[in-house]
Design a protein around this ligand. Sequence first.
Ligand code: C5P
Length: 239
Amino acid sequence: MSAPSRLDAEAGSDAREPSVITFDGPAASGKSSVAQRVARALGIPFVSSGLLYRAATHLVAHSGTDAFDQAAVLALLGAHMVELRPDVAGNDVLVDGRSVTSELHTDRVDAVVSTVAGHPAVRAWVSQQLRRVPPPFAIDGRDMGSVVFPGARHKFYLTASPEERARRRVGERAADLAAVAAAIARRDQGDARQLAPAADALHVDTDELELDQVVACVLDAIRASDSGSTASEPQGAAS
Ligand code: C5P
C-alpha cells in the first residue's frame, strides 16, 4: 500500500463513507464490469478511477511531457481542465471540454499509465477529484478501499489468474495472447505499490465464475452485510 498522501491526512481517514462500494484488483480482473453491473442493480452511479489516471497519461503522451518527471506532469495537469462524469451507464472524461473517453483504452496509454500513476502528486490529484463525487456510488480501481475511501461500507478485491486475465483482455482487444499476457504482467509490476488490498476487503476469486455469478456473489454479500446476516459465504468469496 502506498503511504497516505497529505490529502489523505487532510480528508481524515476516520471519515465514514456509508454509501460507497469499492472494487479493487489487478488489470483485467473484471472489476469495472462487476462494479458497473452492481451499480446498475443498486441504481447508483459507477465511477472508474482508472479513467482519471488514463486521462492524465493521455495528456502526457500528447504533449510530449516526460512521464517520469513528476513536477512536469503536475504542471500539465494544472494547465488543463480534466473532468470525470460518472453515470450508471458509463463514465465520460472531458479534457478542456472535449470527451477523450474513447481514446483512453489503448496499448499506448496502458504502457505508460503505471509510471504516471506512480507519482504521489498525481495520486493526490486523482484522490481529490474522487472525494468530491457525491455518494452513493460504486467505484473501481487499485486503492479505493485501502487509501481513498478507507471508510467505505463495502469493499471487494477481485482476483483472477494471469492466464485468465490475459484471455479476457484478448476478448476485448484484438491482440496476441502472449503479448497481452506480457503487457498485463508489466502493468501488475508497475502497479504493485497500489495493489495491496484493504485489510477489510472481501476477496472474490473470479477464475471459475462467469460475470453474472460474480455480480450475484457481490450483491449477496452486500445484502447479507446490510441485513447483519451471517448467512453462508457467497461462492468464490474469502475475507
Ligand atoms: O483500472 P484501469 O486498468 O483502467 O487503470 C489504469 C491504470 O491506472 C492502472 O494500471 C494503474 O496504473 C492506474 N490506477 C491506479 N489506481 C487506481 C486506478 C488506476 O494507480 N485506483
